[in-house]
Ligand binder design. Structure first.
Ligand code: NAD
Length: 454
């Protein structure tokens, strides 16, 4: 399998993909190791994962460099990602004891009722490339804390990072028979679906997620899916500072070259401030420096996958053909590598793919609305349901709109944000189940009910 630098199109290295035999051997190893891992005290597992976080910090520069070389994200954003993973590990490890320990629910003289959070066994994590440290951490850290063994399959576009994670997690003290990495693309994932795992945790596209859900169903094991989004923002007409809101929301749309599951993908602006907002928004986008991801000051760099350039370009062309106006960008950058100019469209509507299908690139459609009601209706007019945000000076106004939106996360005066203390969950085509928070720690357990009559 060739590993390509998307910013230069050069081959970085080649990796040997796992075969059916090697995956089957790794699975057997994990089955053997899991029980011993579960038998060690939780405090020790916590300590090991905290050590892993320390190693991430210690190796920050090297890890960020490797990540940037294979996914193309600006180096500073790669550093931010590793630091972000450490913050999540801090919350998960500090709260593991609270949410994974046995819970006595009632204690009557003749009857005690308690819940014991038993691990599932060996879990399979098939993962995405856009934030390998973050989306990986969301799964394998709580899974290990809960006493499971893990088969981690990084995306074929972030395999070098996956191998670094394996190296450091083992250096921290997770035994070889408790954590294994599966190297390869879709065919490797397919083989994992055929093996008898005790749970499947997938991060990726709706198309693959739906396929996995169907394949796993007959096994009757937990299957959790963190999928794509078409996340909307509404800018109400009572915002105090249009310039700073325009800058913050442009960052929400273009950070990581727009390749975040919770990137702002469409914006609705109240008609009273529409033209002032787009003027400030475009001014901000024009300050973004496009260039090699390891150049100082670069904010827009290469997309990770070449096919995504064609998806973004097709959305732009479809929108223009149906009457949209390009305020900036609108085409592939003329240079080597998978670059697309940051693009802002207006005069858009919901007959255009840019307002309905995930763009996953540096592209945003901005639409004028007459009131909060119209904004809420358009925000809900999607197959997806990951996040939604409202910018307004009034919290009650924002919450009133957010309460109507069928999405797992609501933002008031912020966007493109994840907190380890809150559940991260999608609705509709954005997924099933939650990671992070107490829900995400317990997602890797079977709660067993004990009725203890003394
Ligand atoms: P993808 O679906 O193409 O691939 C994801 C993983 O599935 C990869 O490891 C891939 O090798 C594997 N895979 C592909 N075909 C398979 C098959 N037939 N059987 C088993 N495994 C298979 O997605 P991607 O391009 O890596 O990620 C981008 C998508 O992920 C976007 O839609 C993004 O929004 C979403 N995402 C969601 C979240 C979230 O938390 N909700 C986070 C990050 C990314």
């Amino acid at each position: 399998m060739k590993i390509i630098n998307p910013a230069t199109e050069e081959i970085i290295t080649e990796l040997k993909e796992d075969s059916k035999e090697s995956l089957s051997k790794k699975m057997t190893l994990l089955k053997q190791g899991q029980k011993k891992w579960h038998s060690i005290p939780l405090a020790e597992r916590v300590h090991i994962l905290q050590k892993f976080s320390e190693l991430l910090k210690k190796n920050l520069e090297e890890l960020a460099g490797i990540l940037t070389s294979e996914v193309g994200k600006p180096l500073q954003q790669a550093r931010n990602e590793v630091n972000g993973a450490c913050a999540r590990i801090k919350w998960l490890t500090e709260n593991a004891e609270r949410y994974l320990s046995d819970e006595v629910m009632s204690n009557q003289p003749d009857m005690q009722e308690k819940i014991v959070y038993e691990p599932l066994g060996v879990v399979c994590n098939i993962s995405a490339w856009n934030y390998p440290f973050l989306v990986g951490t969301n799964v394998f850290v709580p899974a290990l804390l809960a006493g499971n063994a893990v088969m981690y399959k990084p995306s074929e576009f972030s395999s070098l990072t996956g191998l670094e994670i394996e190296k450091l997690i083992k250096e921290a003290g997770v035994p070889d028979d408790v954590f294994q990495v599966a190297i390869g693309a879709g065919a490797t994932g397919q083989t994992l679906l055929e093996l008898p795992f005790d749970g499947y945790y997938f991060t990726g596209s709706y198309k693959t997620g739906q396929y996995i859900y169907e394949k796993v169903a007959p096994k009757m094991v937990p299957c959790q899916l963190e999928l794509g989004g078409k996340d909307p923002l509404y800018i109400a007409d009572d915002i105090a500072d249009i310039k700073s809101v325009a800058a913050a929301t442009a960052d929400g749309a273009f950070y990581n070259n727009g390749q975040s599951c919770c990137s702002v993908e469409r914006i609705y602006v109240h008609e009273n401030i529409f033209y002032q907002y787009i003027e400030e928004f475009v001014k901000e986008v024009k300050t973004y420096m496009l260039g090699l991801p390891n150049e100082e000051g670069v904010y827009i760099s290469a997309l990770t996958r070449e096919p995504q350039l064609h998806i973004v370009d097709a959305q732009v062309k479809d929108a223009i053909a149906k009457g949209a106006k390009v305020l900036t960008g609108g085409k592939r950058a003329q240079r080597k590598g998978y670059y697309y100019e940051p693009t802002v469209l207006i005069n858009v509507n919901h007959n255009m793919s840019v307002m309905r299908e995930e763009s996953f690139g540096p592209l945003i459609g901005i639409m004028k609305v007459k009131d909060d009601k119209e904004a809420a209706e358009l925000m809900n007019d999607t197959e997806y349901g990951l996040t939604a945000g409202v910018y307004s000076s009034a919290q009650h106004r924002a919450e009133k709109v957010l309460a109507q939106i069928n999405a797992g996360t609501g933002y008031w005066n912020c966007c493109d944000r994840v907190s380890a203390a809150l559940p991260w969950s999608g609705r509709k085509h954005s997924g099933i189940g939650a990671t992070l928070s107490h829900a995400g720690l317990r997602a890797f357990t079977h709660p067993k009910a004990y009725h203890l009559k003394g």
